[in-house]
Design a binder for this molecule. Structure first.
Ligand code: BTN
Length: 242
């Protein structure tokens, strides 16, 4: 992949900037890097704090796949992030957590936000892959543990980190286009938190208990229930049981 990297001092949201350019016909490979965002957004409509120091990057992709297949790009993104973080030599354990968290010693260090446009015929138009990485600082008071590279004594600037991430992303995106989700899934599972272990999946108004045994072809979590049946989970938060 040949990336067209555009660096902004400040934007509302790098995902929004990519969306604007995608709607005006920008080609695959656009990578928008901003030093800060004034309206950074996270998943589930949350805000993503974006003062300078951390990485705020969005990629424009136009893969020739169905919208369901494109959803597996979140796992690809986590794998590329883990491999870019490996290059920072963090003296800690790097893992991924279903569906799309990247953790250092169990604390969230990066966020991934996929947004896409589907045409009236149901075909995928474009995908924006938004990536935030806590390099220099991390928010306080979150309901889950968070960390940054700085908290592990490592100084890496967005300008250093972006090329590492783009290189690993290009490698995995090339393989994903040719070979599909399978090799990405294998790489993701090799570093997945809780694989083979008892977990609790919290859904909006219920809970499931079981053993996290695999990911299916679409990236759904496969849970082995206490009675041996397998249940597919497509949404929810996963925690270690007990
Ligand atoms: C999450 O909630 O975990 C996802 C956070 C994604 C944040 C990144 S920062 C770069 C890109 N631009 C945004 O507005 N959001 C994503």
């Amino acid at each position: 992949m040949k990336w067209d990297v555009q660096v902004f001092d400040s934007v509302d949201s790098t995902n929004e900037e990519v969306r604007r350019q995608a709607e005006s016909g920008a080609v695959e490979g656009l990578a928008v890097l901003a030093k800060q965002q004034t309206a950074g957004r996270g998943r589930r409509g949350r805000a993503w704090d974006s003062p300078p120091g951390n990485l705020f990057l969005s990629l424009l992709l136009r893969p020739k796949v169905t919208p369901a297949e494109a959803a597996t790009l979140s796992f690809l993104t986590a794998v590329a992030l883990l491999e870019a973080l490996d290059l920072a030599s963090v003296p800690a354990t790097l893992t991924c957590k279903w569906p799309n968290d990247v953790l250092v010693n169990g604390a969230k260090i990066a966020g991934i936000l996929l947004e896409s446009r589907t045409g009236p015929d149901g075909a995928l138009g474009w995908v924006t892959v938004g990536i935030g990485v806590n390099l220099a600082w991390h928010p306080e008071g979150t309901p889950y543990p968070v960390t940054s590279l700085a908290a592990h004594g490592i100084t890496v600037t967005p300008e250093d980190f972006a090329p590492w991430l783009l290189a690993r992303y290009g490698y995995w995106y090339g393989r994903w286009q040719v070979e599909g989700f399978a090799p990405v899934r294998t790489a993701w599972l090799a570093r997945a938190q809780g694989l083979g272990q008892p977990v609790v999946v919290r859904l909006p108004d219920s809970e499931l208990q079981g053993r996290f045994v695999a990911l299916d072809d679409g990236g759904a979590l496969l849970l082995e229930l206490p009675d041996g049946r397998r249940q597919t989970v497509t949404a929810g938060d996963v925690f270690p049981a007990g």
